[in-house]
Design a protein around this ligand. Sequence first.
Ligand code: NAD
Ligand code: MG
Length: 377
Amino acid sequence: MSVDTLTAADPIRLEVALGERAYPILIGAGLLERAGEWIAPLLKGRRRVVVITDTNVGPLHLPRLTAGLAAAGVSVDTVTVPAGEGSKSWAGIADLVDRLLDLRVDRGTLLLALGGGVIGDLVGFAAAITMRGVDFVQIPTTLLAQVDSSVGGKTGINTKAGKNLVGSFHQPRLVLADMDCIATLPPRQLRAGYAEIVKHTVLGDAAMFAWLEAGGGAALLAGDRAALAKAVRHSCETKATIVAADEREGGQRALLNLGHTFGHALEAETGFSDTLLHGEAVAIGMVQALDLSVRLGLCPAADKARLVAHLVACGLPVDQQACGGPFDPATLVAHMRLDKKAKAGELTFVLCTGLGSAIVRDGVPESDVLPVLSEAH
Ligand code: NAD
Ligand code: MG
């Protein structure tokens, strides 16, 4: 369908092609009100689901979902957890699983994750381990969750040793991305999610980057639902294609880490706090990845300049100063070596050969990386 005619009657449908674990992603407006249409068929005759949401999202969007399920004769138990990354913890997963067991869930119970990436990761992990595995549905309510975390099946929690170090691969049965949820999102969260949209274009689609640059990005950030749906679709297609080819990150799934090695070091340095949201770190990290690509002679300098100009125009940070830096380059490199994606302390980066084309490069010498980190950008 054309995004210009985005209506509740006609959501965009994509497929994550994972054989017996394949599932659809529906993207549209007014989907929560109709959720029962797609969720009831997953219940195999049962009439009960458990919705898990957080204290911010519940009051805003749960009534629409509950009504949409009731319309299909599905009754709902609700578990609400505190909003924020703190719920993605050992204590948070223990509390959630206990509450699910108190509700007498069984192996046929379907869990619905209504919220951002925190809820999606937490509920996905709870679904993976409760009764040795139950089905779940992702209903992402942040832009970041719609374009990234709800697709691909990575679930988990944070521990003392770091973020996302405990978890499992557990694919959802369905992803429902309702553009109407995005309307209530704080602007800073919206921009942070937008950084992952930009990432999906920079790593694989120059024409889509040009569309964002030419006004698509500004339109979606201003709340244009058709522009939003077009970009969410593009990101989900990109991620779904990569995940279908490499579910457990043995190869090309690593391309999705563009900007993340640099960004992760900044997040570690700023203590994974509100000083720097993940998407903001990815924005700065992408600029640094392109800078490294330019320095290695892989990428035209003009492409890096275009990326910087677009991110600035969208109100995203592009340098360390934006988050209290510049930081000590050696300390940032030390964070990179501890990144769970680093192999044996080797520095691996996703680099660009131009906007729209990315490669993975292992064994990048520290001497090539340090100048990128010392620059005022
Ligand atoms: P989040 O879930 O904490 O949501 C951000 C804030 O927005 C929260 O305060 C939340 O309550 C609020 N919120 C959510 N939806 C809202 C809405 N529609 N209106 C108003 N407020 C709303 O954070 P996030 O950015 O969505 O996700 C970050 C998490 O996702 C991190 O834990 C990260 O590790 C994880 N993640 C996972 C994957 C994956 O592949 N599994 C990928 C990327 C990120
Ligand atoms: Mg990310």
